[in-house]
Design a protein around this ligand. Structure first.
Ligand code: NDP
Length: 449
């Protein structure tokens, strides 16, 4: 709980106003604890009601998404867009299609996105959206019809200067393609910069697919280098998940000399002590849309175990949770520490519960929080928007070099802010402070709006 009476009051208001929004409350509390250190230097935050405004989304849209399945049955899902903060640029953040999607999860993600986007140094505000639709087990036609119905409503709320959605869990290149096609049809206008994560032949950017996983490794390598004079070389790594972030984190960590020994999905995990063969994983997950357990029957010497949390029983040097929120609880964190890990870097959003972060920090192991560590995806989305505006494309090497620079800068901004506020090495506080001060300054300049 923050020490500042003002921040305590704001947090109480949040919990009273939306008592059932547990994930959102968790995200707000973590950020307010980081901002506590700033309050004595910034009385203007309280005088202008800045934090009350900061924790309340500028606009929340919920809408009906009706579609017809392959049997001709009408289905209805609920769609959302949380337009959280536009102080430094148009709302920007992904769309998540998953049965667990609700307003609490999207508000937590949108809130985190404000600070993450600010940390990239690029002019993008924060938002998030999605639907409680499960793309798993749906046919191509069903996914397409769902995406078209979703965009039939969403189109009126977005635009390159208003709100620019992208992908997240359950929304990859295929879904972005269908969403873009419907937007173009309804608006009769080729506004490429209205969505990011597009296919390369219609305005997508090279490196966007790889960006979150690659960026996570660039930042982690810089953290190891700066805080421990070390690197990925020769390290054993465990990565949870086997989706977009996990796959490309595996690729970059391996290129940097590490050995990734385990991956998971929501059913279980694979362990391959020789090092994961990523070609096999890509074939299963990206081409066949299969399950991670298929790996064990194709790669001799590897094993599959049911239950996704068991992955953390395996000892490793570096742990990178890249699946979903709240995966790492206190007991798992204690196991990771006991097994001798030197660093944890978050690829997923809020994968560690607050008690788990406390365990890592008390043990003195390096900890890179999501809003810094996984910002590479949205940063490259902003580079995609720049290329769309210029009607020009950069090469893979050009985008990759920009991404690497951005991630290294994010690390140093968070690291320096932690030093400046008397908590050296605390990248949780550092990332919150470094991200927040730019947003706060923009909000102060723009008056009470
Ligand atoms: P994908 O949909 O590509 O992959 C998600 C992976 O996580 C899958 O392996 C999935 O397994 C697993 N997973 C999902 N839910 C659960 C659960 N409840 N328990 C265990 N495993 C689960 O998503 P992404 O890789 O894009 O996203 C992963 C995380 O990274 C999310 O937190 C997302 O918000 C975050 N992120 C993504 C960015 C991006 O650019 N894609 C950018 C920044 C953050 P299964 O197939 O069994 O569901």
């Amino acid at each position: 709980m923050p020490q500042s009476a003002y921040l305590k009051r704001v947090y109480e208001q949040v919990t009273q106003r939306d008592p059932d929004q547990k994930e959102f409350q968790q995200a707000v509390l973590e950020v307010l604890e980081g901002l506590d250190l700033m309050m004595s230097r910034h009385p203007e935050y309280e005088e202008t009601g800045l934090i009350e405004r900061f924790v309340e989304p500028e606009r929340v849209i919920t809408f009906r998404v009706p579609w017809v399945d392959d049997k001709g049955v009408v289905r209805v899902n609920r769609g959302y867009r949380v337009q959280f903060n536009s102080a430094i640029g148009p709302y920007k953040g992904g769309l998540r299609f998953h049965p667990t999607v609700n307003l609490s999860i999207l508000k937590f993600l949108g809130f985190e996105q404000i600070l993450k986007n600010s940390l990239t140094g690029l002019p993008i505000g924060g938002g998030k959206g999605g639907a409680d639709f499960d793309p798993k087990g749906k046919s191509e036609g069903e996914v397409m019809r769902f995406c078209q119905s979703f965009m039939t409503e969403l189109n009126r709320h977005i635009g390159q200067f208003v709100d620019v959605p992208a992908g997240d869990i359950g929304v990859g290149g295929r879904e972005i393609g269908y969403l873009f096609g419907q937007y173009k049809l309804i608006r009769d206008s080729y506004d490429a910069a209205v969505l990011t994560g597009k296919g390369l032949d219609f305005g997508g950017s090279l490196v966007r697919t790889e960006a979150t996983g690659y960026g996570l490794c660039y930042l982690t390598n810089e953290m190891l280098n700066c805080m421990k004079k070390d690197s990925f070389a020769g390290k054993s790594v465990i990565i949870s998940g086997s989706g977009n972030v996990a796959i490309f984190a595996t690729e970059k960590a391996t290129q940097l000399g590490a050995k990734v020994i385990a991956l998971s999905d929501s059913n279980g995990y694979i362990h391959d002590p020789k090092g994961i063969n990523l070609d096999v994983v890509k074939e299963i997950k990206l081409k066949r849309r299969g399950r991670i357990k298929e790996y064990a029957s194709e790669v001799p010497g590897s094993a599959y175990t049911e239950g996704f949390q068991g992955i953390w029983n395996i000892p490793c040097d570096i742990a990178m949770p890249c699946a979903t929120q709240n995966e790492i609880d206190k007991a798992i964190a204690e196991k990771i520490v006991k097994n001798g890990a030197i660093a944890v870097a978050e690829g997923a959003n809020m994968p560690s519960r607050p008690e788990a972060i406390e365990v890592f920090q008390k043990a003195g192991i390096l900890f890179a929080p999501a809003k810094a560590a996984n910002a590479g995806g949205v940063a490259t989305s902003a580079l995609e928007m720049s290329q769309n505006s210029m009607r020009y494309s950069w090469t893979f090497e050009e985008v990759d070099a920009k991404l690497k620079d951005i991630m290294i800068n994010i690390f140093h901004n968070a690291y320096d802010a932690a030093e400046e506020y008397g908590v050296p090495g605390d990248l949780v506080a550092g990332a919150n402070i470094a991200g927040f001060r730019k947003v706060a300054s923009a909000m102060l300049s723009q008056g009470i709006v």
